[in-house]
Design a protein around this ligand. Structure first.
Ligand code: XIL
Length: 332
């Protein structure tokens, strides 16, 4: 069974997974990752974040991010594309960025950072998440060092700089809680749409919007609802993608039951189905791909962030494919 192979036959450009460097030394993980055509795209989970790339100003550490890029190139199941993640985010910052800067200084810092990343990975990234999570759950711009120095101009500035530095990568805005107005009833979605319109009006290039989709079992947006939200974003950008999909049990009851797995499987089907419906609606490839935020419960980020929740992935702790895996495969 091969998720990426069948996703491509169903009109997506890829089915991918996120991967973090410690996993590269686990042979069982690597053989699941590289087997047949399960994954056609990789996203580095942490390796390209600012604090890992430039922990000290002017000191660059590319080894981990390069290791993931090389893994993508050397895939046993064929070459994988890379979704590069992420240039400008309020988290994952080195301490030297986490201070107060003037607008001019921040412009220099952002220019150097974005150029370094874009140039180093030039030709290797299908897409770059240029700006990640700029707006909080209440629709308020996050008080990052970038925002404090430049206001919302940091967003247009980042997209313009990225477009110049790597004109061939698809440039994305990536965030969570954009999937559905039912799940996120506040103004976050409309404020994000307005922000993207402003960036474009100011001459910024934004090709795509990434819907992270860190969701909860029993609480996913209905397929039609998520498809229509994606369509709203497609009035502003050329393409959308599901970029960090996982669906956690919240709370996680142990031992887990068949009923829990069945609900999770249906939920994964709804979300992947939304992406396919968008493409049907347009008669073309507009929701370009689905990426899961790691494929096995063994390495899911959920329990380390929220210990009472988990089992969010398509493969279980022992690399056994869960019901959700087979449901996703059957969607294609
Ligand atoms: C998370 C990683 O999974 C963790 O390992 C790390 O400690 C924090 O970041 N949204 C994003 C991702 O865009 O980069 C985050 O990844 C999860 C939420």
């Amino acid at each position: 069974a091969q998720l990426d192979k069948y996703a491509k036959l169903a009109g997506l450009s890829y089915f991918g997974t996120a991967v973090d460097n410690p996993r590269l030394y686990n042979p069982q993980y690597m053989s699941a990752l590289q087997s047949s055509d399960e994954f056609g795209s990789l996203t580095p989970i942490n390796a390209q974040k600012w604090k890992n790339i430039e922990p000290v100003q002017q000191v660059f550490t590319w080894a981990e991010a390069d290791a993931i890029a090389n893994t993508a190139k050397a895939g046993v199941g064929g070459k994988k594309t890379l979704r590069c993640h992420t240039m400008v985010w309020f988290k994952g910052l080195p301490s030297w960025v986490e201070t107060t800067y003037s607008r001019a200084d921040m412009e220099h810092i952002l220019t150097a950072h974005i150029q370094n990343l874009a140039w180093h990975f030039k030709g290797r990234c299908y897409a770059w998440d240029v700006v990640n999570e700029a707006i909080d759950d209440n629709g308020v711009f996050r008080q990052s060092p970038m925002y404090k120095a430049m206001g919302i101009d940091f967003i247009t500035f980042s997209f313009k700089t990225a477009a110049k530095a790597d004109p061939s990568a698809k440039l994305y805005y990536n965030d969570y809680a954009l999937e559905s107005p039912f799940l996120s009833p506040g103004p976050k979605i409309s404020i994000t749409l307005a922000m993207l319109r402003t960036v474009k009006a100011q001459g910024g290039t934004v090709h795509g919007v990434g819907f992270q989709s860190h969701l909860k079992v029993g609480l996913v947006p209905p397929r039609s609802e998520m498809a229509s939200t994606m369509q709203q974003f497609l009035e502003v950008v050329d393409e959308v993608a599901i970029t960090e999909l996982d669906i956690r049990h919240s709370p996680l009851k142990t031992p887990s039951t068949r009923a829990m797995w069945e609900q999770q499987a249906r939920d994964y089907g709804e979300v992947v189905g939304a992406c396919l419906d968008v493409n049907k609606g347009y008669g073309g490839r507009k929701c370009v791909g689905v990426t899961v935020w790691d494929f096995t419960d063994k390495y899911s980020w959920v329990p380390s962030e929220i210990p009472t929740e988990g089992e969010a992935c398509l493969w279980d702790n022992n690399y056994v494919k869960k019901l959700a895996y087979w449901t996703v495969l059957n969607m294609f």
